[in-house]
Design a protein around this ligand. Sequence first.
Ligand code: GL7
Length: 835
Amino acid sequence: VEASIPEPQRAAWKKFTPKGFTTPEEFEKECVRHIETTLARSLYNCDEFATYAGTALAFRDRLVLDWNKTQQNQTFADQKRVYYLSLEFLMGRALDNAMLNVGMKDVAAKGLSELGFRMEDIVSQEHDAALGNGGLGRLAACFLDSLASLNYPAWGYGLRYRYGIFKQEIVDGYQVEVPDYWLDFNPWEFARHDITVDIQFYGHVSKYQDDNGTSISVWEGGEIVQAVAYDVPVPGYQTENTNNLRLWASKAASGEFDFQKFNSGEYESSVADQQRAETISAVLYPNDNLERGKELRLKQQYFWCAASLYDIVRRFKKTKRSWKDFPTQVAIQLNDTHPTLAIPELQRILVDQEGLDWEEAWSIVSKTFGYTNHTVLPEALEKWSVPLFQHLLPRHLQIIYDINLNFLHYVERTFPKDRDMLSRVSIIEESNPKMIRMAFLALIGSHKVNGVAELHSDLIKTTIFKDFVKVFGPDKFTNVTNGITPRRWLHQANPRLSELIASKLGGHEFLKDLTLLHKLENYVDDKEFRKEFQEIKYANKVRLAKHIKEANGVSVNPSALFDVQVKRIHEYKRQQLNIFGVIHRYLAIKAMSPEERKKLVPRVSIFGGKAAPGYWMAKTVIHLINQVGKVVNNDKDVGDALKVIFLEDYNVSKAEIITPASDISEHISTAGTEASGTSNMKFCLNGGLIIGTCDGANIEITREIGENNIFLFGNLAEDVEDLRHSHLYGTYTLDSSLQAVFDAISDGMFGDASHFSALVNGIVEHGDYYLVSDDFASYCKTQDLIDEAYKNQEEWWTKCITTVARMGFFSSDRCIDEYAEMIWNVEPLPPKQEQ
Ligand code: GL7
């Protein structure tokens, strides 16, 4: 390809390709140029936002150059690529990350200060890219960072929502949702108006005979919506490698604008059709661990899968290889079941459009996909009704039926005696209406299925996929324990700690190989190091206290023990257990003499997280936390001994402030419910300890850091079933201190008790599904142990430092290498050296 361009042209191009800046002066020049010419602003109306924009555009120029080279390099190398399909990418802010990855933050900071601005103020102007709900979406973002940093040829595919996850406001103690329109100014995306795909919906299937007399199915009629590509560069850390995240936006297809209507004066309704097409990618569904079976959601899924598959197939076809090479050139990872439609879609492309026979096509399809399961919660498992499917995607329904038929024939032959097996493993659930079980389709159409922590990967094999282990054998199932990127969650969020570590380890190499952290164990007893470590934690707490003062108007003491639970609000995550514990503590304080109170370890209980807008119980929990805060924070008897804070609108950029400031964080889900959790890893990496149940990745964290460095409590996953049973059918008495908490609530101590009756009754009368009462005593006892441990400051800091030193395993780099080796079979592609 290169040779086809004449030398003089190449030389001219090379001569004029921008080189990018390296000094503060060069950065300033680029920044000012963008402010003046791209934004049409000047010295006299240049505020912090304009300066953010100028800075972002200057760095974008730099990323784009690397990105162009990377894409060209990947095309020429013609090796296997990974495609990560995810409906959510919770990216957060991009500028700080770009500056650090390129290694030019200091240069920019110097330049900015010469222009009269502080780096911190500029960085905080950026709007979070919040195209995700919680852990699942953030994991996808960490994976992109690792894929780029490790030089894997990889693309992310997602949807370009016009509205990301809603903004949360707290009004009178209640959550109010405000739309997150985030695209006013987004310098990080490139609209590719030339890269479009027509996506079909509805219609019917007709059968025809081709020239050889074989029957072919043709999907006809219905409507067409256009997918337009928006590309986002994803820079790697200290590498030129810059990958692509392609997000699809929906638009009315070009032929779709109804000129008939237009000419007959129905201009408005013609525009309305246009808008209807655009609603497909308009909004992120705000549910975490819950599926609601809405038609528009299914439309989103197909729209995105079909556009991505078309794109992937188009790229493959350019290589002129034969179809059997497809699985050796293409690995597609399904982030949960949301992209499962990609499986029947690829089968449809191969059979209906490319003319392969069914068996050959299926052998290609089922070697291409890998499926990651992220939850065993029954309410989160996707099922779509057959009538809805029939209406929206008639051809795909036929294909799914055929996949199922072939599969069931195989099962029948293999297990002729187990007559119930067929209905248990069928993709179609024989309910009314019939339902398509997406997890089964994903599993059957993939060559590997993985869970996200050891316990979770074991659980899927004994619960939801038990029969499939018999059918396919255990080797189809594997585990990849989640991880986090140390670039964002240590280097960016906690720069002082990152520098301290670098000063002891002889550089920042640990940010690329996190296992190097183990060398910090040599400094556990080093006085200077300990002092510095403590000072950093204190400074981070001061920063959070400042934020709390600004946001909540409450003064908190930075020397108090900061106890943090920030994550989506969900009954299984048990924020209710935490707030009941806080009430218990409050009652205890009230019963003490002033002398006794003085001996207490002062505590700040910090909560944050969004409730799904339709999740009433979760909203009640938020309300209770705020009501408790109102009472406790204004009680003169309590003073510094206890403060209760609910931080509004928890998101990635707030997490970057909160995580480094925690002393103890709570990961207290009912055992067996949290697939992994990833914020647990972030807190430990930042030198905070955790209180947790034996659930998800807490178990592996314990194994790595040692039992002495974590506060575990509560029942085990294996006991949950029996405990639930005994609530419903056994004799059972409520723990007396929990009873006292409930009495305080029903006495109206925190306002109108009727507001909270469902929360209490769920435990007292309706079986306590999440086993709050079973774990309450053990939880409170463990909180007391934490107070005791905190009093022994020397030992406390030893635990914190040891924890950091032992967190090397939880880098998302390790995850990505595991996926690459066990599932994708792809190799890194280092950037080409400049000649
Ligand atoms: C989740 C799990 O709940 C969470 O434990 C896990 O860490 C995360 C990433 O694997 O995936 N599953 C899920 O449906 N959501 C999650 O965050 C929304």
